[in-house]
Write a protein that binds this ligand. Structure first.
Ligand code: NAP
Length: 259
């Protein structure tokens, strides 16, 4: 399917690895010029070069911490008027809320709520004036079904989700949609880290936690990041202009609710 976005420009944050990278790959495959960011230069340059080679598309790599003013300034200087914005940053640590001080909370809220809001604020009015915009926020299943050891994620991402629910209804008439993609368990470094964190908290081995995780996923496997990237590309497509303010679970059926 031609997604109708060939020649558009996307800013894809935190995209040298994992789910952000997969979104950049799928968008480039649809003909979108991508600007990707991450803190580590080596992996970022390697990803940029792989995407360039595979798609023949222009890829710009911007090194920086997207959760800082400086990192966002650098990303926006390289991509001042994106048609597509994919917000993403690392997830917060696992743990018990009794261990988290105010700074731990502020860090999670900054990374997983305020950073996407700042990026949207800097780009959405341009999208509105050009009458095309697609924003996809990478959040988590934790906004739908809280994960006990990930209280920082449950809390900070719920704040973003509530804000987006309001804003998405204000931009839709300008053909600017804003949606959230909620990953379940995908085969990425982050999943390896959270499995290690859950093992530490529960006293189980990492192998036991991983086996329990697989048993809880009706699909019987972890997700392939490319499945996530392709869903992102669809939400950024011309065809998805009537889809806004939604929270899409991509979790192999792990969330057990009817809705
Ligand atoms: P990942 O495999 O660890 O990749 C994270 C990517 O983000 C890397 O490219 C990393 O590069 C970059 N990054 C991290 N912090 C950054 C920052 N402050 N500024 C710029 N770039 C940054 O993680 P993932 O699995 O793709 O997860 C992406 C998001 O989805 C996270 O918020 C995670 O909590 C959430 N999530 C993931 C899953 C899953 O199954 N994977 C499930 C639920 C939620 P550098 O380290 O070099 O900066």
């Amino acid at each position: 399917m031609d997604l109708g976005i060939r020649g558009r420009t996307a800013l894809v944050c935190a995209a040298s690895k994992g789910l952000g990278r997969a979104c950049a790959v799928s968008l480039a495959r649809a003909g979108v010029r991508v600007v990707i960011t991450a803190r580590g230069r080596e992996a970022l340059e390697a990803t940029a070069s792989e995407i360039r080679k595979a798609s023949g598309i222009e890829v710009t790599a911007v090194v920086g911490d997207i959760t800082t003013d400086e990192g966002r300034r650098a990303a926006l200087a390289a991509c001042p008027a994106p048609d597509i914005l994919v917000t993403n940053a690392g997830g917060p640590p696992t743990g018990d809320f009794r261990e988290w001080d105010r700074d731990a909370w502020l860090k999670a809220i900054n990374a997983n709520m305020l950073t996407p809001i700042e990026l949207i604020k800097a780009t959405v009015d341009g999208m509105i004036s050009r009458r095309f915009g697609r924003v996809v926020n990478i959040t988590s299943t934790s906004v739908k079904a809280p994960i006990p050891a990930l209280g920082l994620s449950n809390g900070a991402r719920a704040g973003l989700t509530g804000f987006i629910a309001g804003l998405a209804r204000q931009t839709a008439k300008h053909n600017v949609t804003i949606n959230n993609l909620l990953p379940g368990s995908f085969l990425t470094d982050r999943t390896r880290q959270t499995i290690a964190g859950f093992a530490k908290a529960s006293g189980l081995t990492e192998e036991q936690v991983a086996a329990d995780r697989l048993r809880s996923i009706p699909a019987g496997r972890l997700g392939d990041p490319s499945e996530f990237g392709d869903a992102c590309a669809y939400l950024c497509s011309a065809q998805a202009s009537y889809v806004t303010g939604q929270n899409f679970l991509i979790d192999g059926g792990a969330y057990p609710g009817t809705f």
